[in-house]
Design a protein around this ligand. Structure first.
Ligand code: C5P
Length: 219
C-alpha cells in the first residue's frame, strides 16, 4: 500500500454498469464504461487508502493495488457492498440498473413465430441510499454520483437530499458531451454547503481532485 494521507483508511468504491439477466443468454445493460470509478479507486489507492473495488462488467480493467470484487447484477453489488462494510468512506460511481427482469430463470426464452415476449420488472435496491441511510455503522463520508441528461443541477440537488449522501458529483451524460465512455468529465460537486462547478478535465484529474478532498474531509 502507498504511503499518504489516506493510509489506514478503508474506502469502498462501486464502479461500472450492472447486467440484469432476461434469461441465461440475454441481459439488459447500460453504457457505463467504469472509467470514472476505476480512476477514483486508483487515485484513492495512490493516497494510501485500503480500497475495496466492487465492479460490474466494465470495459476498462480494474486498477492495481485494490481488492477487486466482481459482480454482475445490482442485487449482487448491493450484497457485496454490505459485506465490505464497515469502511471509513464510500464512493458510489457505478451505474446501477434501476430494474431487474422478473422471472429470469435457467431456460432460454424460445422464439415462437408471430409471438412477442413481454418483460416485467421489479425495482432493484438503491445501494447508495441503503448505505447513506444506515443508522449504525454508516461510513463517515458517503459520495454519490448523478448522471443526468436534463436539469442537471436541480436534479442533483434534489438527489443529494433524497439519497442522504454527504456529497454528490453530478455530470451531464447527454451523448453530445462525450462523457459516457469518454476520457473527460465535467462535474458539479453538491455538498451540504452548496454547489461547486469543476471545469471539464480528464477523468483521472476529477478522481485526483475528489480523492484529495476526501483525504481532507477524513483527516
Ligand atoms: O438515482 P440515481 O440512479 O440517479 O442515483 C445515482 C447514484 O446512486 C449513483 O451514485 C449510483 O451509483 C447510486 N445508485 C445505487 N444503487 C441504485 C441506483 C443508483 O447505488 N440502485
Amino acid at each position: 500500500l502507498a504511503d499518504g494521507p489516506l493510509k489506514g483508511k478503508r474506502v469502498l468504491v462501486t464502479s461500472g454498469p450492472t447486467h440484469e439477466p432476461i434469461d441465461p443468454v440475454r441481459y439488459i445493460a447500460n453504457r457505463s464504461s467504469g472509467a470514472q470509478g476505476t480512476a477514483i479507486a486508483s487515485a484513492l489507492a495512490a493516497l494510501g487508502a485500503d480500497v475495496v473495488f466492487v465492479t460490474g462488467p466494465a470495459d476498462v480493467p480494474p486498477p492495481t493495488g485494490v481488492s477487486v470484487v466482481r459482480v454482475e447484477t445490482a442485487q449482487q453489488m448491493h450484497d457485496a457492498v454490505h459485506e465490505a462494510l464497515p469502511c471509513d468512506a464510500a464512493v458510489f460511481a457505478a451505474a446501477v440498473a434501476d430494474w431487474k427482469v422478473d422471472g429470469a430463470g435457467d431456460s432460454k426464452i424460445k422464439k415462437v413465430a408471430g409471438q412477442l415476449p413481454t418483460l416485467s420488472f421489479t425495482e432493484n435496491p438503491d445501494i447508495l441510499a441503503s448505505v447513506a441511510q444506515m443508522d449504525t455503522g454508516r461510513p463517515r463520508l458517503v459520495v454519490g454520483f448523478a448522471a443526468e441528461t436534463d436539469d442537471v443541477l436541480a436534479n442533483a440537488t434534489a438527489k443529494h437530499a433524497r439519497k442522504g449522501c454527504d456529497w454528490l458529483l453530478a455530470n451531464d451524460v447527454r451523448p453530445e458531451t462525450g462523457i459516457m465512455g469518454g476520457g473527460e468529465n465535467a462535474v458539479h460537486l453538491v455538498t451540504g454547503d452548496g454547489v461547486e462547478d469543476w471545469p471539464r478535465m480528464a477523468k483521472a484529474e476529477v478522481a485526483r481532485k475528489l480523492a484529495a478532498r476526501m483525504a481532507e474531509a477524513l483527516a
